[in-house]
Design a binder for this molecule. Structure first.
Ligand code: TRP
Length: 349
């Protein structure tokens, strides 16, 4: 990839935060041959406040968009969250709009990015709905039961939903962008839990004479209290939100971030800290771009030279900056900007 794009790859790739793929080499081969592909990712808007973990796939997608200069499609699955969560349609629509503002604030290029909500787009684009029912006819109840674990008491909306997440993988779902071309493949950066949707998609694609999407999978940002769980919007003390103040960030890291350091300073100086379980160090791995500084911290923390308090202090500074910059950019995202990203239009290909 570095040879093709003539630059170092993103640290999420260098450090194995994006750790697996399907058919990435086919996409790179196309790029080498100057054939088009596009990026597709999405978000289910189930809460108004995004946390740091939500940034991972989007930061990486933004980098891919810049490095490869390709169109990007972002699906907001408000329908999915309506079906799965205890939310009204009105509430899901509100969350969708708020979440889109956060996504735009991550720095996507409006000339190359189309964002849509299922609830509003399906009625505007017959070709998208046609692909949805093509997928629906190609997958049996038995198959989705096997893939997603649906049971007899799940509502039928859930059972048909995977086809709606599958359909944006196909360029023919967006005729206004791809001029009706069916054969442009997607590369989908996503968290690993989304893979089942795309295993299903890849399974049906050849039967519909459509290209299989390629995938790049990320691991999860661990929760503050330890790497056994991922950061989650429903646990405020276990997560850092993009709406947190500098003080909240500082307090949460100091109070809750699980430490791999020694119980006392003497013990820490003698035995060193354990970077593998230390949450502050893990977050550095995600958010500190400078490889040399990261290695220096790793060696000084492991040897006991660097104390947990020092490590946390540096992390707090890094996260406060990321969150403050996000908040600043989000302020600039008006309703008009949202409309621009969501309007059906040609993108710069
Ligand atoms: N189901 C995803 C979620 O709950 C949203 C989503 C839709 C998505 N399409 C996607 C995620 C494509 C990654 C890639 O967040």
């Amino acid at each position: 990839m570095e040879t093709l794009i003539g630059q170092k790859v993103h640290h999420f790739l260098r450090r194995g935060i994006f750790f697996s793929h399907r058919d990435l080499h086919l996409i790179l081969k196309r790029y080498e041959e100057k054939k088009p592909f596009f990026l597709y990712t999405g978000r289910g808007p189930s809460s108004s406040a995004l946390h740091l973990g939500h940034l991972i796939p989007f930061f990486f997608t933004r980098w891919l968009q810049e490095a490869f200069n390709v169109p990007l499609i972002i699906q907001m699955t408000d329908d999915e969250k309506y079906l799965w969560k205890d939310l009204t349609i009105e509430k899901t629509k509100e969350l969708t709009k708020e979440n889109i503002k956060d996504i735009i604030a991550m720095g996507f290029d409006v000339n190359k990015t189309f964002i849509f909500s299922d609830l509003s787009f399906i009625g505007k684009c017959p070709e998208f709905y046609e692909n949805i029912i093509r997928v629906q006819r190609s997958v049996t109840f038995n198959q989705v039961k096997g893939i997603f674990g649906f049971g007899d008491s799940d509502c039928i909306g859930k059972i048909s939903f995977p086809a709606i997440q599958a359909a944006p993988s196909f360029s023919s779902s967006f005729p206004f962008i791809f001029n009706g071309k069916k054969d442009i493949p997607a590369l989908i950066p996503c968290a690993i839990d989304q893979d089942p949707y795309f295993r299903m998609t890849r399974d049906v694609a050849p039967r519909l004479s459509l290209p299989k999407p390629a995938l790049l999978h990320s691991s999860f940002l661990p929760a503050l209290t330890g790497a056994q769980t991922k950061m989650s919007a429903s646990d405020p003390n276990n997560s850092i939100f993009l709406t947190d103040t500098p003080n909240q960030i500082k307090n949460k890291i100091n109070r809750y971030a699980f430490s791999g350091g020694g119980a006392t300073i003497d013990e820490h100086r003698a035995n060193g800290g354990n970077c593998d379980i230390d949450i502050a160090f893990q977050y550095m791995n995600f958010f500190l771009e400078d490889d040399n500084r990261l290695e220096q911290i790793r060696s000084e923390y492991s040897s006991g030279q660097l104390l947990t308090g020092d490590l946390k202090k540096e992390l707090i500074g890094i996260l406060q900056t990321i969150v403050a910059q996000h908040q600043e950019r989000r302020k600039a995202v008006t309703d008009e900007v949202v409309e621009q990203f969501m309007s059906l239009r040609k993108l710069n290909l």
